[in-house]
Ligand binder design. Structure first.
Ligand code: PRP
Length: 212
């Protein structure tokens, strides 16, 4: 009997693409993409793999604490939470960027405290402290684009993928903070104790992603 590897996948659009990558690498799991199921855990004992669907921003918590051996998290989440995990591989999926955006025509005068609305307060602190800029961070949980429109903030620091949300709300990106993509992460002690199984997965997945 193979040692089971527990893998936390981010629920949603990205998670589906990530699962398909595992599937192509040979780690398939029956029923996992069945739209009619509300189950959260799926396993294929023959392949030694167990997947579970986790809220994307929680994946690194499961992996850091060892509830999952492996997980897939966006670089944005890793930059925000700085979990104590190994970052093993760039899956080159879910590509987007973290950017600062503002209302069209916004000019920053640099002589006042900039109000920044964001879901990423730590990334925002790091970014502006590098620039020695005083900021007032307004932590929101979604629909960040509303903040500058309603005068809640001067700018936002958020994910930009296609740019459609900014465009349709008369905002424009003014600075790129970081490029983002999905990363395969591992629990530090699992990487030691399940090293053979984990390296097997990484090799197969890297073969598929290196071609991209
Ligand atoms: C994300 C992000 C932007 C949008 C960017 O929001 O916060 O709002 O996607 O995508 P685009 O550049 O392709 O338009 P999400 O859909 O996660 O919803 P949220 O507002 O709840 O954060």
């Amino acid at each position: 009997m193979k040692e089971m590897l527990n893998v936390a996948l981010p629920k949603g659009r990205l998670g589906e693409k990530v699962y398909k990558l595992f599937q192509t690498a040979g780690y398939d799991c029956p029923d996992i993409l069945d739209p009619n199921t509300r189950k959260l855990i799926f396993e294929n004992p023959d392949k030694g793999i167990r997947f579970f669907w986790v809220k994307p921003s929680d994946v690194s918590i499961y992996v850091e604490r060892g509830a999952a051996d492996l997980g897939v998290a966006g670089k944005d989440i890793l930059m925000e939470f700085k979990p104590n995990v190994f970052e093993l591989s760039d899956l080159k999926l879910g590509k987007c960027r973290l950017a600062v955006a503002a209302k069209k025509g916004f000019r920053d005068r640099h002589d006042y405290t900039l109000r920044v609305a964001t879901k990423f307060p730590n990334v925002t602190t790091d970014y502006y402290s590098q620039k020695s800029r005083n900021v007032d961070i307004i932590k929101l949980n979604g629909s960040i684009e509303l903040a500058p429109i309603l005068g809640l903030s001067d700018v936002i620091l958020d994910i930009v993928e296609t740019g459609t949300t900014l465009l349709e709300n008369n905002l424009e990106p003014i600075e790129t903070v970081a490029q983002v993509s999905a990363r395969l992460i591992a629990n530090i002690s699992s990487y030691q104790f399940k090293n053979k199984e984990i390296n097997e997965i990484i090799e197969k997945i890297n073969l598929l992603t290196e071609a991209k």
